[in-house]
Design a protein. Structure first.
Length: 364
């Protein structure tokens, strides 16, 4: 028997102070007590059989482990290609290396998965306008899904905007502003947003369906939302009996901006703010990750690791992915290849393990 979730089975939870709230009690994107990032948790009746995937389109095929929204926006996100990376296997002498190619999402990035959930949440709670916290991949994704949902989008960017993403925002009908506060009554989308996490975690579900067992997942880390989300997805799979052990989550940052790596190495529970940051990988240029505490917990809970790589190695990895696998990716995606090389050199990853690299977005 399949089981879908009703609203009463879903609640908001803050790991820092313990605050929780039933999903039907209102709309929250951060803790109303301490303002920390929150997550959505599911209360399962384990006497029923849970069917992981269904027949719905996009990420909504996993609706049994997603919020139960009546209006579901999709542009066909998810279901992305899992490359066997045959030539890179030879380069790194790895038996089981895979690349999860998120470039094949509608706007060319993994952020489409989260945007689908945000758009559905906005419609569910009666919002008519979205605000984006950055001019990166998520801005382009939100613009596309806002257009498909009849919502207005305003992108508020500060430093280091990705101009090509802002062009996409404008084409989708969004507005671009600089140094503006979110409009009262608008849905302000930040890295703390639990609905982004719900969309991104479907990567873990797809990896489970494709591979059954994964040993290591290597993920670029900016605000830490993706790495935390993938961990959450695998954690739910383990909790509900689909897998027996969690894969090790490895976070990769640039040497010029590594607040998570520094905190991980020092044994801290929260990020070390980067005072003077620089990297060519703009999605990794985050001085203080807003999901930092969560991603550090995910790395340690999964017995994972955090590694920093130089910009020169990122550029070399960009060329390597293009030359050996025919993949033109964004710089943050190339960082995971550079990270893998370092992990192998330091013998943190064994050559017979099943390793997945997350290519987060397209290079053009």
């Amino acid at each position: 028997m399949s089981m879908g979730f009703k609203e009463k089975r879903l609640y908001y939870k803050c790991d820092k102070c313990g605050w929780s709230k039933n999903f039907i009690k209102g709309f929250y994107t951060s803790c109303e007590v301490c303002n920390e990032a929150i997550s959505l948790e599911y209360n399962i009746d384990l006497n029923n059989t849970l069917n992981l995937s269904g027949k719905s389109a996009g990420v909504w095929r996993y609706s049994s482990l997603l919020p139960d929204f009546s209006q579901k926006t999709t542009l066909g996100e998810g279901g992305t290609f899992l490359s066997k990376a045959k030539r890179l296997r030879q380069v790194f002498k790895l038996k089981n290396l895979f690349i999860k190619d998120e470039r094949t999402n509608p706007t060319g990035a993994f952020t489409d998965r989260g945007a689908a959930l945000v758009a559905a949440a906005a419609l569910h709670y009666g919002f008519r306008e979205l605000w984006s916290f950055t001019g990166g991949d998520i801005a382009a994704s939100l613009a596309a899904y806002a257009a498909a949902s009849g919502l207005k989008l305003t992108v508020n960017f500060e430093d280091h905007p990705q101009i090509e993403k802002l062009y996409q925002v404008v084409f989708f009908g969004g507005e671009v502003r600089r140094f503006k506060k979110a409009k009262a009554g608008a849905y302000n989308v930040t890295p703390k947003d639990p609905f982004l996490v719900e969309g991104y975690k479907t990567i873990a579900f797809e990896l489970f369906e494709d591979l059954s067992e994964v040993d290591v997942v290597v993920i670029p880390v900016g605000h830490g939302v993706l790495a935390f989300s993938v961990w959450k997805g695998f954690n739910e799979l383990k909790r509900f009996g689909f897998i027996e052990k969690l894969p090790r989550i490895v976070g990769v940052q640039a040497s010029g901006c590594k607040p998570i790596v520094d905190a991980f190495e020092m044994g801290l529970e929260k990020p070390v703010e980067c005072k003077e940051c620089y990297t060519i990988a703009r999605e990794l240029l985050v001085k203080y990750p807003l999901r930092g505490k969560d991603v550090l917990k995910a790395l340690r809970d999964s017995r994972g690791y955090a590694v920093a790589v130089d910009d020169a190695d990122i550029v070399d990895s960009l060329r390597m992915l293009a030359k050996y696998e025919g993949l033109l990716v964004e710089t943050a995606s190339a960082a995971v290849v550079a990270g893998l090389k370092k992990l192998l050199e330091e013998k943190i990853v064994d050559r017979d393990e099943v390793v997945v690299l997350i290519a987060t977005g397209a290079g053009i």
